[in-house]
Design a binder for this molecule. Structure first.
Ligand code: ARG
Length: 587
């Protein structure tokens, strides 16, 4: 890949001048404005500052030791010390042909593959999956796909919530009020009804709370009847999860729910106490601040009335029960022992930020040697809002079921496809509508910055204009139709490719930036970079197609133009694929 070649030469030139500079200082990013070049390096300023040097001077000296003549025009030094690189059209044309010779599609496999555990989706048992679950599921799946494409070893693990106090109430409901017909029809709704019912009843009647507590204790101590009920609830829930995952085309290497770690929890608590990391407080066991970080950064402190007050992490309740945090500690130990990952990523909503800050801090204190080589990352996201700017709900104020969203998406997409392409047979339109509908929902979720909230809008996500999945799918399908019309004329790869028109060149250069975009997605856990890249790619293509005839092009231009069409189609397809979205050949 061209940007990697430039980076490696830049690294060499930099090392000659500053032997102690970090390798990452040679990193390139696309130039924000093509006026200045195609790629840019911004590290000279900070390197010079640290060393009290003149940044332009440093940039000039590094540039002097840099020979990039096979690929670039002479390096330009801009502003306070930016290094700007502009590709030569010949080098662009040669790189464009790479994939025809079996090279990866404008990206390179990681030189040092990492093993990465991704914990995502993780719904709770006995509750229907709701719209919010699309976020963790789509984001986590996309990160897994991107990292795999880049050659990393990815383990996906669905940490489902299949244990906890709710099973006391649920068991009471199951034993006293189960509607077998309703359970057969829609098991998740029935379980949800039981839970709500018993929970409400227990509010007025403390004896129900007490019965629930006893049922929970029986379950925890292995009572066969309660275990069987619990198991049945899990199986029914898993079957529903699997149907949703099937429609979303998401799969997991492992589904190790919270209950999987039950047998390890006592020992976690014991070890943390023995090491003096956790201690008793009002009958419970908690981890408090160890005072090693400044209060502002200390997750075990909270500011109240201008004072720093303790904000401990509870790992065992006064009744002796372990909890979510204890389970997550046991889970981390298990993951380390089982996969020795370089990195563990958790994809959940932003409300769990404190939980993960505390979890990561306890892990460091508990397992300092293991913590050393294992990066922990909480990849969090905001909420989905309705038109009114409040969390997205049904008209009657309930959470929106994911299954129903997917049904509606497919139905609405069917209208869109039917309008666009009425001649297509209905079964074909239905098939396409599935991909368009599900793709639209996923893309609406992946394309905004994950940390901001976004408003759920059918009109916007299904629009054939703008930064949407249908727009990209349509761009892809249109390219396929060019090939269908031409009797599948393809560029052979041996022909000379000239990129004479400015729109050809900018499209080609954009194609070459696919890899650097994927790298940024993986490094910052931000699929929206890829969405924006693909949207811009479709824009470049539209401009090119507008100004440059392809099938009617002159003989000298035709191979290059066919190649641009082919590579744009491939990158769109591959890009959508790692977003978890299918690109049909017709729309
Ligand atoms: N089940 C949890 C929830 O619904 C998410 C679990 C996330 N993963 C973890 N290891 N804590 O909020």
């Amino acid at each position: 890949m061209i940007h990697l070649l430039i980076e490696s030469r830049l690294r060499a030139a930099l090392t000659l001048r500053l032997p102690d500079a970090a390798a990452s200082a040679a990193a390139l990013r696309p130039c924000p404005d093509p006026k200045f070049g195609d790629y840019q390096n911004t590290a000279m300023m900070s390197l010079a500052k640290e060393r009290k040097m003149n940044p332009r001077q440093l940039a000039t000296e590094v540039a002097a030791g840099l020979d990039l003549s096979p690929w670039c025009e002479p390096v330009e030094i801009a502003g306070p010390g930016f290094l700007n690189f502009r590709l030569k059209p010949d080098a662009v044309a040669a790189a464009l042909r790479g994939p025809l010779a079996g090279e990866p599609l404008f990206f390179a496999k990681a030189a040092k593959p990492r093993s990465v555990v991704i914990d995502f989706s993780s719904p709770n048992v006995a509750k229907p999956m709701h719209i919010g679950h699309i976020r963790s599921t789509a984001l986590g799946d996309c990160l897994a796909r991107v990292m795999r494409l880049l050659g990393h070893r990815v383990v996906t693990d669905n940490h489902i919530g299949d244990w906890g106090t709710q099973f006391g109430l649920l068991t009471v409901g199951w034993k006293t009020d189960l509607d077998a017909n309703a359970l057969a029809r829609d098991p998740l709704s029935e379980m949800e009804r039981l839970y709500k019912q018993v929970n409400a009843a227990s509010e007025n009647d403390p004896s129900i709370r007490e019965t629930a507590r006893q049922e929970l204790v029986k379950l925890q101590s292995g009572d066969p009847e309660n275990l069987a009920i619990w198991k049945r609830m899990i199986d029914l829930s898993q079957a529903q999860f699997d149907r949703v995952y099937g429609r979303l085309r998401v799969s997991f290497d492992h589904t190790l729910g919270e209950s999987f770690y039950n047998s390890r929890l006592k020992q976690v608590v014991q070890e943390l106490r023995d090491r003096g990391i956790a201690r008793e407080s009002q009958g419970a066991i908690c981890v408090f601040s160890d005072g090693t970080s400044p209060p502002k950064e200390d997750p075990f402190l909270v500011q109240r009335d201008e004072e720093w007050a303790p904000n401990p992490l509870l790992i065992q309740k006064a009744d002796g029960a372990a909890n979510y945090a204890t389970t997550d500690l046991a889970t981390l130990a298990y993951r380390w022992e089982t996969w020795r990952p370089d990195e563990v990523i958790y994809v959940t909503d932003g409300r769990q930020q404190l939980h993960f800050r505390q979890l990561f801090a306890v892990w460091k204190r508990w397992q300092p040697e293991r913590a050393e080589g294992m990066k922990l990352e909480h990849v969090w996201f905001g909420s989905i809002l309705g038109d009114d700017g409040k969390p997205f709900k049904t008209r009657s104020g309930e959470t929106v079921r994911l299954f129903e969203v997917l049904d509606e998406a497919e139905e609405r997409a069917f209208q869109v496809v039917s309008e666009k392409n009425p001649e297509l047979a209905e079964p074909d339109r239905r098939e396409i509508a599935k991909r368009v509908g599900i793709g639209a929902v996923k893309y609406a979720d992946l394309s905004p910055n994950r940390q901001s909230d976004y408003v759920f809008s059918w009109e916007k996500m299904l629009s054939l204009q703008g930064n949407t999945a249908p727009y990209l799918q349509y761009a892809h399908a249109r390219i396929q139709s060019i090939f269908r019309k031409s009797g599948d004329a393809r560029a052979s790869g041996s022909e000379l490719v000239a990129l004479r028109h400015a729109d050809e060149l900018s499209l080609a250069k954009h194609l070459l930036r696919f890899g650097i975009t994927l790298e940024a997605v993986a490094a910052e856990y931000r699929p929206n970079y890829l969405c924006l890249y693909l949207y811009e790619l479709a824009g470049h293509f539209a401009r090119f197609y507008e100004s440059c005839p392809v099938l009617k092009a002159e003989a000298a231009d035709r191979p290059g133009r066919l190649l641009l069409c082919e590579m744009t189609g491939r990158v769109l397809k591959q890009g959508l694929e790692v977003l978890g979205i299918e690109a049909p050949d017709q729309m």
